[in-house]
Write a protein that binds this ligand. Sequence first.
Ligand SMILES: C[S@@+](CC[C@H](N)C(=O)[O-])C[C@H]1O[C@@H](n2cnc3c(N)ncnc32)[C@H](O)[C@@H]1O
Length: 209
Amino acid sequence: MRQHVNPLSSNFHEIERIPSLIEIFGDSKSNLHLDIGCAGGEFLFDLALVNNSWNYLGIEIREKLVKTAKLKVCETEIKNLYFVFGNAINILNDVENKFIIKNLKSISFNFPDPWFKKRHFKRRVIQPEFINNLSNLLQKGSLIFIKTDVKDLFDYMNCTILNNLNFQAIDKKDFNYSGSFNPNKIQTKREKYVIVNELDIFESIYIKI
Ligand SMILES: C[S@@+](CC[C@H](N)C(=O)[O-])C[C@H]1O[C@@H](n2cnc3c(N)ncnc32)[C@H](O)[C@@H]1O
């Protein structure tokens, strides 16, 4: 399977419409967390089991991973987890899918593809217009979690989010998770690799004000 796909390719212009929350979750009223670039969904399967009072949604651009994850959801009959295939930016910028952003309590971007070359920065999933769209639709108090092992990518994401005045960084030491569930309690697949290989992790949390 290809490790990296170009999200700007015309293959991803057509997008999957996300069914209503009632159609995809057992309890549509539960708090909703979105993981962008969820790969095979290992992190979300763990979260959905550990914290079954929340609903979890994953968006991933590699179709084969999404097909396998969807199959696993069916087999395990988990009612608080759903996967969507495609470029997260196109999916969430689509008017038909606005309701998803409006219903989110939190979003995670865990170890996004770094796209090291400057001419490829536009392929990165965190883009100013996308952050602007999120800031317009997210409820106040919603959280964004970012995590990466690439310092330059962290600086770029941090700067892009903070350039939007509707987001403020929260010091994780001061942050009180009461009423919320901290997704950082669970390690992602990439994070496990990063820890085993003793690489640095750069992370931050932002709140919509
Ligand atoms: C380095 S992997 C990290 C996977 C996982 N979050 C983890 O921490 O183990 C980045 C993932 O983001 C996906 N991805 C990259 N750009 C994307 C986009 N625009 N929309 C959705 N998924 C994307 C990639 O296919 C890949 O699975």
